[in-house]
Design a protein around this ligand. Structure first.
Ligand code: ADP
Ligand code: MG
Length: 270
């Protein structure tokens, strides 16, 4: 579990993150959603320590990351995997070497042990014959899978993905979303995903934090988002006609399911 408490971050005079608090659950995909410029990436960077927040605390399973010593932070970072926007692979290294990199940096494993681990994670992301290829020789979806393999190679307890679907077609996006979800559940990872993709929200949004101009505007699950009454959130969701239709269809489907256990009123009042 990750707890974010009253995080603030400004650049010069511009306040970018305004007093954000949230809890990210273990074994779940915790989504940070919102339009471009709403503060998703800055918030994520504050959580992983790539930016130091001006105020507030970040707790990883109760441990106060913000106030740790440099060495303690380093140890903590070893438990954090990150998939950067655009995958950020090293172009001059093969797929295998890219994934080997964190093992070389952070472990004293033997060459054989490292190779075994690389094979395991490549297998886990369903890439079995790309070991010797260079990033330029593989598709966008494959690059993301290599990025995921590299992010999980050190067995992280926490996984951060910034816009994992950027630049991918909807079908490939779905494959990547499902993979992130599977890995999260299988290894009981606390996963945080930044996205503005509503398909991802419906597919993997166990917990959703909606950011609007640097503030947490709404929070709930992918079931609750359907029935939400938040105007700003709804205008974000209804940005396309397709989603409008999809939401209507989902409403009907959900009503059928929910009428049995009489939760409808609760959901509508959220
Ligand atoms: N390093 C930086 N210096 C100054 N302003 C920044 C920096 N990084 C982000 N910002 C500003 O912070 C705001 C939020 O950005 P960001 O978190 O990248 O949004 P999102 O990821 O939701 O698209 C934007 O207005 C952006 O211009
Ligand atoms: Mg961003």
């Amino acid at each position: 579990m990750i707890e974010v408490k009253h995080i603030r971050k400004s650049f010069d005079d511009k306040v970018v993150i305004k007093d954000v608090s949230a809890v990210m659950d273990t074994g779940k995909c915790n989504l940070i959603i919102g339009s471009s410029g709403s503060g998703k990436t800055v918030l994520m960077k504050c959580i992983v320590g790539l930016f130091s927040p001006d105020a507030g605390d970040v707790l990883y399973d109760g441990q106060d990351f913000t106030h740790m010593t440099t060495q303690e932070k380093k140890d903590m970072r070893r438990q954090i995997g990150m998939l950067f926007q655009g995958s950020a692979l090293f172009d001059s290294m093969t797929v295998e070497e890219n994934i080997m990199f964190p093992l070389d940096m952070f472990t004293n494993d033997t060459r054989g042990e490292k190779q075994k681990r690389v094979d395991e994670v490549l297998d886990r992301v369903h890439l079995t014959d790309a070991h010797k290829k260079f990033p330029a020789e593989i598709s966008g979806g494959m690059k993301k899978r290599v990025g995921i393999a590299r992010a999980i190679v050190l067995n992280p307890k926490y996984l951060f993905c910034d816009e994992p679907n950027s630049g991918l077609d909807p079908q490939t996006s779905l494959v990547i979303d499902k993979l992130i979800r599977e890995i999260t559940v299988d290894f009981n990872i606390t996963t945080v995903v930044n996205t503005h993709d509503m398909n991802s929200v419906m597919e993997i949004g166990d917990k959703i934090i909606y950011m609007y101009q640097g503030e947490k505007e709404w929070e709930g699950s992918n079931k609750e988002i359907i029935f939400n009454n938040n105007e700003k959130l709804n205008s974000f969701i209804f940005a396309s006609d397709f989603l409008h239709d999809a939401k209507d269809m989902r409403m009907l489907e959900m009503r059928g399911k929910i009428s049995d256990d009489r939760n409808m009123d609760d959901l509508l009042n959220k």
